[in-house]
Design a protein around this ligand. Structure first.
Ligand SMILES: Nc1nc2c(c(=O)[nH]1)N[C@H]1C(S)=C(S)[C@@H](COP(=O)(O)OP(=O)(O)OC[C@H]3O[C@@H](n4cnc5c(N)ncnc54)[C@H](O)[C@@H]3O)O[C@H]1N2
Ligand code: MOO
Length: 423
């Protein structure tokens, strides 16, 4: 990190005069430094735990499976009874849910998957390897000792860690915990996020001439909710210094994170930075060598981190993934994930002006012989529209010093959770 990221208080002129842009990797560190892990926890039903962050590790009370059982539909038998014989009498049937029983000497028992292994049995032969003749079974090839038996404790031992603290709970965790009889789980309180748009031109209603509809608040609300935040939508601030300062002052200490969009660049009506300072906040850094998203600002107010994203919607989307997601992760005690780490290859030619790292929408067109995704660049680097992003399978990034990309060059990308590639 260079000297440009040191604490600079609220001297906005000094900030504006600084020519050096923060690298996007340093900016992530500054963003992270504004938040501390939440130390309040709550217990939620397992059914409501998906997406929450486990506050404590959970260990298994007991071994699994808790009893020896059959992994297949077939016949349970004693291998010694097969010595010199290929046919055994069938003494009955044991199904999943039945109580454990004894295997009578010299007999087989028909058994279904998940049924408790009869006491005395030492192998299960699959139904496909037998001829079931009703009261007897013909076994062509004797099974190996222990075949098709799931032994008690073979999946997990008692005390086995099922879930580590800091894990984001996914549906497969819910299933594992349910199988282990866990009903409630202690999770970190959801991060409380205050969300503002800014701009006299921005509206939620009908557009007068020169006005536009708010894209940023609905998109950020959706992204924040998806990542488990408790979103407090505080509406649209006018381009007015006093109103912006008053809005910051009114926030008190109720939030972990305050997110604004717009009014953070150089214009005469860009009031976010000055208003934050006037309201008693701190600006830690401003302006990042990132396209889109250059005028992003990081600060704090009353114990909350304040992240001021630029107004252009694509810059908001990029800023969310690059800075806000790591901030949310640290707040909840989860490990912040680096942005766009997945390797891929380009299928396009692109000459660009070096200086800022650039994030752009991409679609997945195929996989190469090494199995790497091959990506096509979408859009024309315009940050005012989300349309190319809506047609994309993810976002790729090139480094600030990158002057050109040629087909076959390595890229890094952040895939969305979409299925299938672009047409
Ligand atoms: N002289 C300079 N001008 C600009 C610079 C610069 O470095 N020097 N940076 C440019 C970059 S990069 C960006 S990005 C924008 C960001 O400016 P602001 O953060 O002050 O944002 P606004 O001016 O308020 O808005 C920018 C753009 O986005 C539209 N917008 C705003 N809010 C919303 C919303 N909620 N939904 C949809 N669209 C929104 C707004 O109408 C503007 O068109 O500054 C450049 N200028
Ligand atoms: O953030 Mo701006 O959108 O780089 O053009």
């Amino acid at each position: 990190m260079d000297g440009s990221s040191v604490k600079i208080g609220c001297d906005c002129d000094q900030l504006a005069a600084r020519q050096t842009l923060l690298s996007h990797t340093d900016a992530v560190q500054v963003a992270l430094a504004q938040v501390q892990p939440i130390t309040q926890f709550e217990t939620v039903d397992l059914a409501a735990a998906q997406g929450r962050i486990a506050a404590q590790s959970i260990n298994a009370d007991e071994a699994m499976p808790s009893f020896d059982n059959s992994a297949m539909d077939g016949f349970a038998l004693r291998l010694g009874d097969l010595a010199g014989r290929c046919c055994l009498p069938v003494a009955g049937t044991v199904a999943a849910g039945d109580a454990p029983r004894d295997l009578p000497p010299g007999d087989a028992l028909r058994i279904y998957t998940g049924a408790p292994l009869p006491r005395g049995a030492d192998a299960v032969v699959m139904i496909e390897a037998c001829v079931d003749k009703g009261h007897k079974v013909h076994i062509e090839t004797p099974p190996a000792p222990g075949a098709n038996i799931r032994r008690a404790g073979s999946d997990q031992g008692a005390g086995q860690m099922l879930l580590a603290a800091g894990t984001r709970i996914a549906p497969h965790h819910v299933g594992l915990l349910a199988a282990n009889g866990v009903r409630g789980i202690t999770v970190t309180r959801r991060p409380r996020v205050a969300l503002f748009s800014t701009g006299d031109e921005v509206t939620d209603g009908d557009c007068a001439p020169g006005h536009i509809k708010d894209a940023n608040r609905p998109m950020l609300s959706a992204l924040l909710a998806q990542d488990g935040a408790e979103v407090h939508d505080l509406g649209i601030l006018p381009d007015d210094a006093a109103a912006t300062e008053a809005a910051f002052r009114a926030l008190g200490g109720a939030y972990d994170l305050i997110v604004t969009t717009g009014a953070v660049s150089m214009g005469g009506r860009d009031h976010i930075r000055a208003a934050l300072c006037a309201a008693g906040g701190q600006i830690e850094a401003w302006r990042v060598a990132l396209k889109p998203g250059k005028p992003v600002m990081f600060g704090s107010l009353n114990g909350a981190a304040v992240t001021g994203l630029p107004g252009n919607p694509m810059a908001v989307h990029v800023g969310y993934h690059m800075f806000l997601r790591p901030q949310l992760a640290r707040l909840t005690g989860a490990a912040p994930q680096p942005f766009a780490e997945m390797p891929a290859r380009a299928d396009f030619d692109w000459q660009r002006k070096p200086g800022r790292a650039e994030v752009f929408p991409v679609c997945l067109i195929r996989h190469d012989a090494d199995g790497l995704p091959v990506l096509r660049r979408l859009g024309q680097g315009v940050s005012a529209t989300l349309l190319p992003l809506a047609q994309a399978d993810g976002m790729a990034i090139v480094a600030a010093d990158c002057a050109s990309v040629a087909p076959g060059d390595m890229l890094h990308w952040h895939p969305f959770n979409t299925f299938g590639g672009c047409a």
